[in-house]
Design a protein around this ligand. Structure first.
Ligand SMILES: [Zn+2]
Ligand SMILES: [Zn+2]
Length: 509
């Protein structure tokens, strides 16, 4: 059965009819700008979405400019554009390999008993679950001294939960720090000691600050440069009513009005502003820097979760290494664990192994699980998504890929083709926009759109297998890739068009 496209005229497409075999690999090729993307993404993909939604009685996607497409299936578009920009999303969370690791750590982690300080393992400690205020808490008992402690569970190993995240950076691994240069030590407050306080605002803040000092019966450092402030005065200037001076000394109520000394301090004000605007305001840019969190050193987890081990490795160590090393560790766990341990984690180990092998075949074994997903290149992200399609076990789909070989080392093309083969083998139809000759050679069917780009493209130039096209005098693009094969036909055609363009613009003038 073929997918039958009748009279497609979206953008530059010239009312074309095309048939594409189902459950095969079809490559759409041609010059850039010839209309390949218009045919695949703007016509086939959008029409599939529209038909699919219509079966569920949803309307709203406008029909692309095409008379009819028959025999479509739900389509998945795996291109390089749509990206996950969430800064908390990593390769590990995106592929769910991190979830497997969290489960393995819950089952097998080793730690020191807080009471007898002997090393204990979660796998041979007695467990107990208690329901307190509607929430379940899990405890475990030290096998040596019977001491009861909170058990570390999967949520303690997630940097996206309160239980697991580093309290300082909230699991981001980075934190914003105010730079010392915000304070001009040689100046007085009214003469620009705080770089972001200007004239009237500086006066207003100075009044409020003075009121607080008077309230606390501390002398007001007027007309003296910052460097002459006492440490108490400087702490109050920086942190106002939130400073330690106050939390330690002043137990009763604090001033509630600015005029009475409700002075909030330079730094709390800055954090408030950043939280409100959800970004660093322009005026503060030079004074705030994002730095590796000083508490977890970028490891994102709280101290306990960060330091427990499974077979000698801490979780942040595992996620920092290349996938190749993670695989090595997985094999160590398999080899060294006893039967009971093995049974409790074998599914997770298998899942990690399968996924990493798959990703490695696509030439991405050098990546680490803690790699922020949004920093992957378009090609890397596309191949990760392709691997995920195989994990999903879905069938009867149309998978659309946009130049999956971009950034791929030529020696890894074979792995990519093997994966496409596997997807195809599950009764999926794979449609690929591609210029890479290895991929084109392997295609079951090729559709060449051209002959040129823009208004001079949008036609079906030739269709068939690689060998058929190589002998088809109309297959201009494909043959142009072979310098020794009818090189002139393509160039001749381009020249001809160039002349036509010239004529056209002359007439318009
Ligand atoms: Zn103990
Ligand atoms: Zn931290």
């Amino acid at each position: 059965m073929n997918i039958k496209i009748k009279n497609a005229y979206e953008k530059n497409l010239k009312h074309i009819d095309v048939e594409i075999p189902r459950n095969k690999l079809t490559v759409i090729t041609g010059l850039s700008g010839s209309g390949k993307t218009t045919l695949l993404k703007d016509t086939i993909y959008i029409e599939s979405q529209r038909q699919h939604l219509e079966t569920m009685n949803y309307q709203g996607i406008p029909k692309p400019k095409v008379e009819q497409i028959k025999n479509l299936s739900p389509a998945i578009l795996i291109d390089q554009e749509d990206r996950n920009d969430n800064p908390r999303s990593t390769l590990g969370t995106q592929t769910d390999i991190y979830t497997d690791l969290r489960m393995i750590f819950e089952k097998l982690h080793q730690r020191d008993c807080p009471n007898c300080h002997k090393s204990i393992s979660a796998s041979d400690s007695k467990e107990e679950t208690e329901k307190v205020d509607g929430e379940f808490s899990v405890y475990m008992y030290c096998p040596h001294c019977n001491y009861r402690m909170d058990k570390l569970t999967r949520s303690h190993f997630s940097f996206n939960t309160k239980a697991g995240a580093c309290p300082r950076c909230k699991g981001m691994g980075k934190s914003l720090n105010i730079q010392e240069k915000l304070y001009k030590k040689d100046k007085t407050i009214l003469n620009g000691a705080i770089a972001t306080w200007h004239s009237a605002y500086a006066q207003y803040q100075m009044k409020s600050f003075s009121a607080l000092l008077k309230y606390l019966k501390i002398s007001v450092p007027e007309d003296i440069p910052l460097k002459e402030f006492t440490s108490e005065q400087f702490d109050l200037l920086k942190n106002g009513i939130y400073s330690t001076v106050i939390s330690e000394a002043q137990k009763e109520h604090l001033p509630t009005k600015v005029a009475e000394g409700k002075y909030e301090g330079v730094e709390p004000k800055i954090w408030e502003k950043i939280a409100e605007e959800k970004t660093i305001p322009k005026s503060l840019k030079g004074f705030i820097k994002e730095e590796t969190c000083s508490e977890c050193h970028g490891e994102k987890l709280n101290p306990l979760s960060r330091f427990v081990k499974v077979y000698n490795r801490r979780l942040p160590e595992i996620t920092r290494e290349s996938l190749t090393h993670v695989l090595y560790w997985v094999r160590q766990v398999k080899k060294q664990s006893n039967t009971q341990e093995k049974n409790s984690v074998k599914d997770y180990l298998l899942d990690i192994e399968t996924k990493i092998k798959r990703i490695s075949k696509l030439g991405l074994a050098y990546l680490s699980l803690d790699r922020q997903y949004s920093t992957l290149s378009g090609g890397e992200a596309q191949r990760i998504k392709l691997a995920a399609v195989l994990d999903s076990q879905m069938t009867e789909l149309i998978i659309i890929l946009d130049e999956p070989t971009i950034g791929l080392h030529p020696s890894d093309t074979e792995g990519l083709l093997a994966m496409i083969d596997e997807i195809k083998g599950r009764n999926n139809t794979v449609l690929v926009i591609e210029h890479d000759e290895e991929v084109i050679k392997q295609a079951d069917y090729i559709v060449e759109i051209g002959p040129n780009s823009g208004v001079f493209g949008g036609e079906v130039v030739s269709t068939g297998t690689y060998n058929v096209l190589m002998n088809n005098p109309y297959s201009l693009f494909l043959q142009s890739k072979h310098p020794n094969y009818q090189q002139n036909s393509y160039q001749r055609n381009t020249k001809q068009i160039a002349v036509e363009i010239q004529k056209a613009s002359m007439h318009n003038l």
